[in-house]
Design a protein around this ligand. Structure first.
Ligand SMILES: *[C@@H]1O[C@H](CO)[C@@H](O)[C@H](O)[C@H]1NC(C)=O
Length: 334
C-alpha cells in the first residue's frame, strides 16, 4: 500500500509546487488584454459615409424571387449515395438528406418562421462602417420591479434565431419582479448583419462593435451571455471593457492553452488518477487526452477551411442550399 501511495503523494506534491510556480509564470507571460484592431471602419474603402447614431426599426423579409430560386435549387437536388451501412460517420447521410429536402420543399413554410422572427422587434444601426442587425426586447408585462440589460451572443453555425424560445423567458419577470432587457445582435457576416469588407475583422473587433451597440442603446453597464464565437466575443468584452460588465455567463468556457500551467496540468493529469488534479467528471471529459483530441480534430475540419480559405468554401455554400444544409446540420448529427 505504502509503496504505491508514496510515489503518488510525491508526484501530487511536485505537481502542486510546479503548478504554483507556473501560475506565476502565467501572469508574467499572459498579455493583459487582446489587441483591438486599429481599423475603425470595416465598410468598403469606397464608402466614406460615417456611422451616425440612427437606430432604425425594420421588418425582416425575404423576397419571393429568393424563395423561388431556393425551390428550384431544392428540386435540382443531386442525391449523394451513402456508403452501405453507414450513418453519419462520413458526413451528412444522403438518404437522410433526401427526406430532409422533401420536407423542405413540401412541408416547410419560410413565411411562418419569418413571421416568428418578426414577432420580435428588429433593428439596424451602423457601427464601424457596418450595418448591424439586432433584436431588442424590453419587458412590457406588469410586475417588473427591476430591469437588467443583457447582451446575448450566438456563434457558429448559428444566428439570433436560436434565441426565439429563450427571449420570452428572459423578458418575463420572475417571482421577485426581475426581468431582462435583451439585446441579441447578429455577428457581422451572419444573418442580417453586413459582413466586413476589410481584412482583420476579429472577435476583438466584434467585441468593440457590440459594446458600442450597448452604449448607443443607453446601457452603460450590462450582463453578457455567449456560446461558441459568442463566448469568445463576450470574454473579450469582459477584458477590454470591464467597467461595463455586470456579469458574464457562458455555455462554452475556455482555458487559454498557451498558459504554461495549463499545459503542465494536462500532462500531469494524464498520468494521475482522476480526482487529484481534475474532478472525476472533468477527468472523464479530458482523458485519455489523445483520444479526446482526435475526436476534436475529427469534428473540426470545417474550422480549418473556414479559418484558412473561407472564400473557397463560401462559393460552394452560397451556391447550394442543400450543400449548406449538409455543412451545418452535420454538426447536429451523430
Ligand atoms: C410574395 O407573393 C405573394 C403572392 O403574390 C404576395 O402576396 C406577397 O406580398 C409577396 N411577398 C413579398 C415579400 O414580395
Amino acid at each position: 500500500m505504502c509503496n504505491t501511495l508514496l510515489p503518488l503523494a510525491c508526484t501530487a506534491c511536485l505537481a502542486f509546487v510546479l503548478l504554483a510556480g507556473l501560475g506565476c509564470l502565467d501572469n508574467l507571460a499572459a498579455p493583459d488584454k487582446p489587441a483591438l484592431p486599429a481599423t475603425l471602419n470595416w465598410g468598403a474603402s469606397s464608402d466614406s459615409s460615417s456611422d451616425g447614431e440612427a437606430v432604425e426599426a425594420t421588418r425582416l423579409s425575404v423576397s419571393n424571387a429568393t424563395l423561388d430560386d431556393l425551390r428550384s435549387r431544392l428540386k435540382a437536388f443531386k442525391f449523394v449515395e451513402p456508403v452501405e451501412n453507414s450513418g453519419f460517420e462520413y458526413g451528412f447521410n444522403g438518404a437522410f438528406m433526401k427526406q430532409l429536402v422533401s420536407h423542405w420543399l413540401n412541408k416547410y413554410n419560410w413565411r411562418v418562421w419569418e413571421d416568428r422572427l418578426n414577432s420580435f422587434p428588429n433593428y439596424f444601426t451602423r457601427i464601424e462602417g457596418l450595418k448591424v442587425h439586432f433584436m431588442h426586447l424590453k419587458p412590457s408585462k406588469k410586475g417588473v420591479k427591476k430591469r437588467v440589460p443583457l447582451l446575448i451572443l450566438h456563434g457558429w453555425p448559428g444566428s439570433v434565431f436560436e434565441f426565439y424560445k429563450l427571449i420570452p423567458l428572459l423578458t418575463t419577470p420572475d417571482t421577485d419582479g426581475l426581468a431582462f432587457e435583451v439585446v441579441a445582435p447578429s455577428i457581422p457576416g451572419y444573418g442580417w448583419s453586413e459582413a466586413a469588407k476589410k481584412r482583420g475583422f476579429s472577435a476583438a473587433a466584434c467585441a468593440r462593435v457590440f459594446d458600442k451597440l450597448m452604449v448607443r442603446l443607453g446601457y452603460r453597464q450590462y450582463y453578457i451571455q455567449g456560446g461558441d464565437w459568442g463566448a469568445g466575443i463576450g470574454h473579450i468584452i469582459t477584458r477590454e471593457f470591464p467597467e461595463r460588465v455586470l456579469g458574464f455567463h457562458t455555455n462554452m468556457p475556455m482555458q487559454p492553452f498557451r498558459q504554461p500551467s495549463v499545459i503542465v496540468q494536462m500532462i500531469a493529469g494524464s498520468f494521475l488518477p482522476d480526482g487529484i488534479l481534475f474532478s472525476k467528471k472533468d477527468g472523464q471529459k479530458t482523458f485519455p487526452y489523445f483520444e479526446k483530441l482526435s475526436d476534436i480534430i475529427r469534428e473540426s475540419g470545417y474550422m480549418h477551411i473556414q479559418a484558412t480559405r473561407p472564400d473557397t468554401i463560401g462559393h460552394a455554400l452560397s451556391d447550394s442550399p442543400v450543400g449548406l444544409a449538409a455543412y451545418i446540420l452535420e454538426k447536429f448529427s451523430v
